[in-house]
Design a protein around this ligand. Structure first.
Ligand code: PLP
Length: 448
């Protein structure tokens, strides 16, 4: 049963088919170029796109905009201490700001960093320090049909192989991303977190958890990791995060706000180093690039994120959406993860080669048919890697209702009634940075 009722609403509209056709062509068949007004159901990302609660809106009004020593920052510190268990907090404008602050304090040229899977901005910030990011996902993490309760785990075998290869002195940092965003939002077990802690101790490395979706992860742990059956979400979250030396967080995910982030730790020395970098890049360390009111709303959001009602509702919403799609005959990544449902476009459109971008073709058809915006995470977004051809339909928090998800499932089913009629695409204009091409490149249907 949904745990919310609406107090504020925003009108949305399905543009006419002609307008959708025109908008898609004008966007160069790249949905990042669509105006949000031309989109009916926007599943581009779950990052900062959710709805705040009435308690968060109330906290906004009481935000303290003082440059230093703000009361809102004290609220955030106490929320972080209670929810995550750490005493030192450095706020930042969003998650990547926290990554810049923390990884800049921990890494130097030539270092090597194992992680279950580096999220795009994590990879970029590790590389920006002259270090090498190495993904260590478990077997099957990229396989849309493999079964498994914790496909997001770190492979300790792979992480150990990295150390054997380059030597422990070049591995000062190990990261675990919960849930594993770039592996279809798959969860990570607490047992795996413990083993990463032991591994970090063995090689004398700092252990950082990227906790963007720590509350969703705790929900999966309770359902799937026997030891934690009957535990409260808040207890599981504290237990899991408690193994880390530091946590890096984007408030736009399980902080339940539209912007914000932070680093937190109990290590006073690391805290001091992060603080200095925060002053340089983010702002004075009691606001860190956020308005005081946004700090206040994030403090409330963090507490809400670990409530039973929130987490149960969230996991159910995503699970039901995945079921709607698979019942409609749409091949989806299984088991579904925490923040999105992924369509296996390679399976849905087998007549298209990777070079014809089956995922992007499907993204375009979902928009053309139903005004639905998803995002391609396959050959178009990641040239030169052998990833599955996935289309991510991310679910903004507390935003859409059952009828919206039904509309998306019906749209996908209609699109896939005649899969062979769907054309591939080619890139006609490329930006200068290949790793960012899916944000701005233009395409054209191969038939045109
Ligand atoms: C979103 C995200 C980030 C970066 O956070 P932003 O707020 O988008 O800057 C880092 N790591 C993971 C796993 C994320 O999902």
């Amino acid at each position: 049963m949904v745990a919310y009722k609406s107090k504020v609403v925003e009108r949305i509209e399905l543009p006419s088919r002609e307008r959708r056709e025109r908008a898609l062509a004008e966007a160069g068949y790249n949905v990042f170029e669509l105006a949000s007004e031309d989109v009916f159901i926007d599943l581009l990302t779950d990052s900062g796109t959710g709805a705040m609660s009435d308690a968060q809106w109330a906290a906004l009004m009481r935000g303290d905009e003082s440059y230093a020593g703000s009361r809102s920052f004290e609220r955030l510190e106490s929320a972080v201490r209670e929810v995550m268990g750490f005493s030192r907090v450095v706020p930042t404008h969003q998650g990547r700001g926290a990554e810049n602050v923390l990884y800049g304090a921990l890494l130097s040229e030539g270092d090597v960093v194992p992680n279950n899977t580096h999220f795009d901005t994590t990879r970029a910030h590790v590389a920006n320090q002259g270090a090498e990011p190495v993904d260590c996902p478990v077997e099957g993490a990229r396989d849309p049909t493999a079964d498994g309760p914790f496909k997001g785990n770190v492979s300790l075998e792979r992480a150990r192989a990295v150390v054997d290869d380059v030597g422990a002195e070049r591995v000062p940092l190990v990261i675990q991303t919960i849930t594993n965003n770039s592996a279809a939002g798959q969860p990570v077990s607490v047992e795996n977190t413990r083993r990463v802690r032991e591994f970090a101790d063995e090689i004398d490395a700092t252990f950082v958890i990227d906790a963007c979706r720590f509350a969703e992860n705790a929900g999966f742990v309770r359902r799937r990791e026997g030891e934690f059956e009957g535990y409260e979400i808040a207890e599981i979250a504290r237990e899991q995060l408690g193994y880390a030396d530091a946590v890096v967080m984007s408030g736009k995910k399980d902080g339940l706000v539209n912007a914000g982030g932070f680093v937190t730790t109990d290590d006073d020395d690391l805290f001091e180093r992060c603080k200095q970098r925060a002053i340089l890049y983010e702002g004075f360390p009691t606001y860190g690039g956020m308005a005081g009111r946004d700090v206040a709303a994030m403090a409330v959001g963090l507490r809400e994120a670990v409530t039973e009602a929130y987490v149960t509702d969230r996991l159910e919403e995503v699970r039901k959406f995945a079921t709607l799609l698979s019942d409609a005959g749409v091949p989806v990544y299984t088991p579904p993860g925490g923040h999105a449902v992924y369509i296996d476009a390679g399976a849905a459109l087998p007549h298209l080669e990777p070079a014809e971008f089956p995922g992007q073709a499907l993204v375009c058809e979902l928009y053309r048919e139903g005004g639905v915006r998803g995002v391609e995470l396959g050959s178009f977004a990641f040239p030169d890697t052998d990833r599955p051809e996935l289309v991510r339909l991310a679910v903004p928090r507390r935003t859409y209702h059952a009828e919206h998800f039904e509309h998306v499932a019906e749209t996908a089913a209609t699109v896939l009634e005649n899969p062979e009629s769907i054309d591939g695409l080619e890139v006609v204009s490329d930006p200068s940075m290949p790793e960012l091409r899916h944000f701005t490149a233009s395409l054209e249907p191969l038939s045109s």
